[in-house]
Design a protein around this ligand. Structure first.
Ligand SMILES: [Zn+2]
Ligand SMILES: [Zn+2]
Length: 349
């Protein structure tokens, strides 16, 4: 065992404190990394405040991790000392089920092991990226290309793959019209990725306050969902709509904007059940679907695509010298008062 400094939440809603946590010894297939940056995901807040239930305290959140390799196990083949690497939402899966064999570890039938607030298959509690070091099986470690802005890269490990995977699955590209519903942490990356893939991108926002940013990211149109005229103007326009919000949405009105064989895809997680009128599906053979991050091969593909296309998150950097700074940032995440993602400078932990 080694100990490493971390930001720890000792019980639901407790303030973050600095403490030491233990990391397992580096096994044959393990990589130990010194963490440089750790992104803040809204799911960190939900879990540390026990809004999703079954939470494990003390908790060290964080699943958007960028760092450098400082130790490798004897059977590690993909990495060497000094490599720049990332760790995302999952740190293990069964490797045997149909999903794992198809490189879809995030849908592992046994249940993938989360980077924090979960138990490993050995029963050990997992602690996440709000710390200075982490030990992870090399299968769940990603290569980061040279020249990438590492702080802006961190949020790609969760937010980036969460939007990249459905954009690929529903084939965003030249000739496709894509709408991104909501432009927060997830949505702003969805716009950047969909534009880079060659799609024509419209942002659907609650208000028009982020219109200038959306157009700067490459969107060609920005409409307010508060204006009923939007739904009339854009009827049957889109190949698919990616819903990045976790709010209740007007599903039937949105379905009306989707063309034949198109889809409404959820990646945001509303707390309440959503309902729809089936006629909204049958009339144009539309689908409603959902998607959850992506497998390791696709996460690597996303990181390489982002590097090649100069895509990073738009971020605010945080200094964790006073942990209350991070609690305050979390409140701003809840208030959707960040453009567009917070990243912790792990050297200050
Ligand atoms: Zn996340
Ligand atoms: Zn599996």
């Amino acid at each position: 065992m080694t100990t490493t400094p971390a930001l720890v939440i000792n019980q639901a809603n407790a303030p973050m404190v600095k403490s030491q946590i233990e990391r397992r010894p580096v096994g044959k297939k393990d990589v130990r990394l010194s963490i440089a940056y750790s992104g803040i995901c809204h799911s960190d807040v939900h879990q540390a405040r026990s809004e999703w239930g079954s939470d494990i305290f003390p908790m060290v959140p964080g699943h958007e991790i960028i760092g450098h390799v400082v130790e490798v196990g004897s059977e590690v083949t993909k990495f060497k000392l000094g490599d720049t690497v990332g760790v995302g939402v999952f740190v293990d899966s069964c490797r045997e089920c149909d999903a794992c064999k198809a490189n879809l570890e995030s849908y592992c039938e046994r249940g993938p092991v989360g980077s924090y607030n979960g138990y490993g298959y050995d029963g050990e509690v997992q602690y996440g990226g709000y710390s200075k070091e982490i030990v992870t099986d090399e299968h769940f470690v990603l290569k980061i290309s040279e020249g990438v802005n590492l702080a802006e890269c961190a949020p790609l490990l969760c937010a980036g793959i969460t939007v990249y995977s459905p954009l690929r699955h529903w084939q965003a590209g030249p000739g496709k019209k894509v709408a991104i519903l909501g432009m927060g942490g997830l949505g702003h990356l969805a716009v950047k990725f969909a534009v880079a893939m060659g799609a024509e991108v419209t942002v659907l926002g609650h208000s028009l306050s982020k219109k200038a940013d959306a157009l700067a990211f490459g969107a060609t149109d920005y409409r307010s969902t508060s204006d009923e005229q939007t739904f009339k103007d854009l009827a049957t326009k889109f190949d698919f709509i990616l819903n990045t919000t976790s709010a209740n949405i007007p599903v039937d009105s949105l379905l009306g904007m989707i063309k034949l064989d198109g889809a409404l895809v959820f990646v945001g997680l509303p707390a309440e059940s959503q309902s729809f009128n089936v006629f909204g599906l049958t009339g144009q053979r539309r689908s409603i679907s959902g998607s959850q991050v992506g497998g390791q091969v696709e996460v690597q593909e996303m990181l390489d695509f982002a590097a090649a296309n100069n895509i990073g998150a738009s971020i605010e950097m945080l200094d964790a010298t006073d942990p209350a700074t991070i609690d305050a940032a979390w409140n701003r995440v809840v208030d959707a008062d960040v453009r567009y993602r917070f990243v912790i400078d792990a050297s200050t932990i």
